[in-house]
Design a protein around this ligand. Structure first.
Ligand code: NOJ
Length: 546
């Protein structure tokens, strides 16, 4: 959509560069690979792409550990490749959103290397959160915080003379030291970084850990209640998540973005609950969108889905922002698997060979197709994670020896982590690495039975998941569903979610029984439908039938 405020209704496709397309055959995806495959995304019918990090990085957290914010890692290409990617995307009518990782840098970043060489109390140290330890000789960490990836959130460094010195905070891996956002020097650096990419023509930023930049003064001890997702998301007041001070940062960025022509956007990755609090991130003078992780986390349950849709539209609507909808990304179990899970699986745990609950693939895909059809009919902006349009499941049999997620290592192999949703995607059923790379190399091994998911195997095949996505996106655009509204329909059994959005009526059956359908044209169905709606199926109806 090129009309004003395109982002209010945009469908945004997440490209995970290392797993999308590899042009040079080293087994790691790259920017020229992405550029060469952009036509497939415009054919799919999305409005924008969001690129996960491709910056200079030791890749300890798949690029979310940035060593130079203003350059491309040679493994992904060069700045000229990025410029070509943006030019080609814009030529195809696709906007480009890049990832910004402001909470932490890589420990290889020169800011941190300089801080390590500088004395305690120096301005270089003040860029990060260095603190004295507790107990005799400062041998204990400054507080009891745990890292999101497991283990303590503090690491001790040595002084130049080799004696143990201060500790630094890292909410994630030890190689991802947290910046001190109370320090104006840090804020200044990020002005330059934002401008660098805006000047190169990006249409916006997805802001990593947008709820974590400010920590409560004094860094008080805190133990999260049991069962709480480690990225946050709870109603309490953890001293490292959702502190009120973050909002001044985004107001400042908003005015910086507004200096640029076009509508450049800020998207918050903020795991904040309840939705009414998350809505603070998208007040008119702050960001434009926030990922709706409440929606992503909702189980396969009609009343829970109704509740989260109502709650989202109300909470975001109250501040004049569009709601967003998302079912998968590079941090969670793919929804073609997750929706069939029968036991709890907290975000970031993953599923592996020894997991007790291995969801059924057929049930998972059936539910995923129904859930996607429901999602794409909702007003607001929707996110699609690469491969979900192919119906890709989580890779639950990834060998332990192949794993790379720091979660796996930092929890002593207790949590599998996120590699299972990051396996390179299949393009061509009969090519090496399913067309991901010309040599057949792949940084994570691809399952032997993925040929049927390949894009070329699904293209033009009626009933394929790819064609379902394409048709849904085309109808969504034709009927302007993204800027529509939800009118709930009564008279259906409780396991059915039914609403009208403009000219389209959506009926989603979360139960297993058959539901009679009103007389109307079936514009699109997630499974073959006769006069009745089968279980675990969604239908879009248009015009009444006589
Ligand atoms: C959220 C990102 O999506 C995730 O992949 C990363 O590990 C953490 N932030 C830390 O940057």
């Amino acid at each position: 959509m090129v009309s004003s405020e395109w982002w209010r209704s945009a469908v945004i496709y997440q490209v995970y560069p290392r797993s999308f397309a590899d042009s040079d055959g080293d087994g790691l995806g790259d920017l020229p690979g992405i550029t060469s495959r952009l036509t497939a995304l415009s054919a799919l019918g999305v409005d924008a792409v969001w690129l996960s990090p491709f910056y200079t990085s030791p890749q300890n957290d798949a690029g979310y550990d940035v060593a130079d914010y203003c350059d491309v890692d040679p493994r992904f290409g060069a700045l000229s490749d990025f410029d070509e990617l943006v030019a080609e995307a814009h030529r195809l009518g696709l906007r480009v959103i890049v990832d910004l990782v402001p909470n932490h840098t890589s420990s290889q970043h020169e800011w941190f290397q300089e801080a390590l060489r500088a004395p305690e109390g120096s301005p270089e140290r003040a860029r990060y959160l260095f603190r004295d330890g507790k107990g005799p000789g400062g041998a204990l960490p400054p507080n009891n915080w745990d890292s999101v990836f497991g283990g303590p959130a503090w690491t001790r460094v040595d002084r130049p003379d080799g004696t143990p010195g201060q500790w630094y905070l890292h909410l994630f891996d030890t190689s991802q030291p947290d910046l001190d956002w109370e320090n104006p020097w840090v804020r200044e650096q990020f002005h330059g970084i934002l401008r660098f990419w805006l000047d190169r023509g990006v249409d916006g930023f997805r802001v990593d850990v947008a709820h974590g930049l400010i920590k409560k003064a004094g860094l008080p001890d805190y133990s999260p209640p049991k069962g709480i997702a480690s990225m946050g998301g709870h109603v309490e007041d953890p001293p490292y998540w959702a502190q009120p001070g973050v909002h001044a940062i985004y107001r400042d960025w908003r005015s910086l973005l507004d200096e640029y022509p076009g509508e450049r956007v800020l998207v918050a990755e903020a795991w904040v609950n309840p939705l009414s609090k998350l809505a603070h991130w998208v007040r008119p003078d702050e960001m434009d969108q926030a990922f709706n992780f409440d929606y992503l986390g909702t189980a396969w349950d009609a009343s829970a889905i109704r509740k989260v849709i109502k709650g989202s539209l109300a909470a975001f609507g109250k501040v004049g922002a569009p709601s967003t909808w998302v079912l998968s990304n590079h941090d969670v179990v793919r929804h073609a698997t997750r929706l069939a899970i029968t036991t709890a699986n907290p975000q970031g745990d993953g599923i592996g060979p020894k997991s007790p609950d291995k969801p059924n693939r057929v049930t998972g895909l059936r539910r995923a197709r129904a859930a996607t059809l429901l999602m794409l009919a909702l007003p607001g902006s929707a996110y699609i994670y690469q491969g979900e349009e192919l119906g890709l499941p989580e890779d639950m049999e990834l060998p332990d020896s192949a794993r790379q997620d720091p979660t796996w290592f930092r929890t002593n192999h207790k949590r599998y982590g996120r590699d299972g949703c990051r396996v390179p995607i299949p393009w061509e059923a009969g090519s090496p690495a399913y067309g991901f790379s010309p040599t057949g190399k792949s940084w994570l091994p691809q399952p032997a039975d993925w040929a049927g998911y390949a894009r070329d195997a699904q293209e033009g095949e009626s009933g394929s998941t790819l064609e379902l996505y394409r048709s849904a996106l085309a109808l969504r655009a034709q009927n302007s569903l993204g800027v529509g509204s939800v009118e709930w329909l009564r008279g259906f059994p409780p396991e059915v979610v039914a609403f009208r959005n403009g000219s389209v009526t959506v009926i989603a059956n979360f139960g297993t029984g058959i539901v009679p359908l009103p007389r109307a044209t079936r514009a699109l169905t997630s499974e073959p439908v006769s006069d009745e709606l089968p279980g675990e199926t969604t239908v879009w109806l248009t015009m009444d039938r006589e």
